[in-house]
Design a protein around this ligand. Structure first.
Ligand SMILES: CC(C)(COP(=O)(O)OP(=O)(O)OC[C@H]1O[C@@H](n2cnc3c(N)ncnc32)[C@H](O)[C@@H]1OP(=O)(O)O)[C@@H](O)C(=O)NCCC(=O)NCCS
Length: 142
């Protein structure tokens, strides 16, 4: 069953993300999941089998476009249609919000999966920069 992700799912989602080698980034903030899930512009879904969370997708409506920032299915149930269900449902919910473009930076291994869902490469390149992160400047009151 696919349902909206809630803050109560954080530990299960963290464990799921860590179950796929290379997916979890240790440079992320400790509360990365709490922040992602509680933003009003986030569309986050989990796939659950009984008590077990075995799929997760997270997307963000940022106005000009939407970003799919995470998609993961538990290795033991990959290939069973869960990823397709999550991606289709997040696309439907983003579309219903009025989003006309969704983008995602995806692992090269997952490119055929996205392409099979109609995703194509846009005529741009993806750049990134590692930020200092963690050095929060104090607020000055004048
Ligand atoms: C990519 C991922 C989310 C797909 O979820 P899934 O539940 O395994 O996918 P589905 O069962 O819905 O697969 C749908 C189709 O995509 C194909 N597919 C799935 N993963 C694939 C991959 N890595 N490479 C090529 N094809 C893939 C399946 O064979 C299937 O094709 P079919 O319907 O013709 O048989 C999942 O494999 C996963 O979590 N991978 C590790 C993390 C990852 O790569 N995340 C992607 C975002 S960075």
């Amino acid at each position: 069953m696919i349902r909206g992700a809630t803050i109560a799912d954080v530990n299960a989602i963290r464990a799921l993300l860590k179950s796929v080698a290379g997916l979890w980034d240790d440079s992320w903030r400790d509360d990365v999941l709490e922040r992602a899930l509680t933003s009003t512009e986030t569309v986050a879904l989990v796939h659950v089998d009984g008590e077990s969370v075995d799929g997760f997708i997270c997307a963000h409506d940022v106005g000009f476009r939407a970003y799919v920032s995470e998609l993961v299915v538990s290795p033991s149930v990959q290939g069973g249609g869960i990823g397709s269900g999550l991606l289709s449902e997040v696309e439907r919910r983003l579309s219903r919000r009025g989003c006309s473009i969704a983008i995602a930076d995806v692992w090269r291994d997952a490119e055929p999966f996205y392409r099979s869902h109609g995703w194509t490469p846009p005529p741009v390149c993806l750049l990134r920069k590692r930020l200092a992160g963690g050095s929060i400047e104090p607020t000055t009151v004048e």
